[in-house]
Design a protein around this ligand. Structure first.
Ligand code: ZN
Length: 81
């Protein structure tokens, strides 16, 4: 995954504009956190997975709860004949 991307020899800090090591996660000049674009994708994916898991848990709780799942539907099936 990472080998396909052209890795630059340095990473420019967006806070102070100095060049840093591409592997460093923090700027040694100003102390700002150096974020990679891949981190945003993984962060977004993590939130997406968390939302799906939370949704499944809420769905399971909603299905299992006896009081909430009782939805009275109007029965008109036998009145047709
Ligand atoms: Zn900096």
């Amino acid at each position: 995954m990472f080998m396909d991307q052209p890795t630059p020899n340095y990473r420019i800090c967006k806070n102070c504009g100095n060049r840093n090591h591409p592997d460093s996660g923090q700027c040694p000049w100003c102390g700002a956190a150096l974020r990679r674009p891949m981190d945003w994708f993984s962060f977004f994916g993590l939130i997406l997975i968390l939302l799906v898991v939370i949704g499944l848990i809420v769905y399971a709780v909603w299905i299992r709860s006896p009081s909430e799942s009782k939805i009275h539907l109007p029965v008109i099936s036998h009145s047709v004949e």
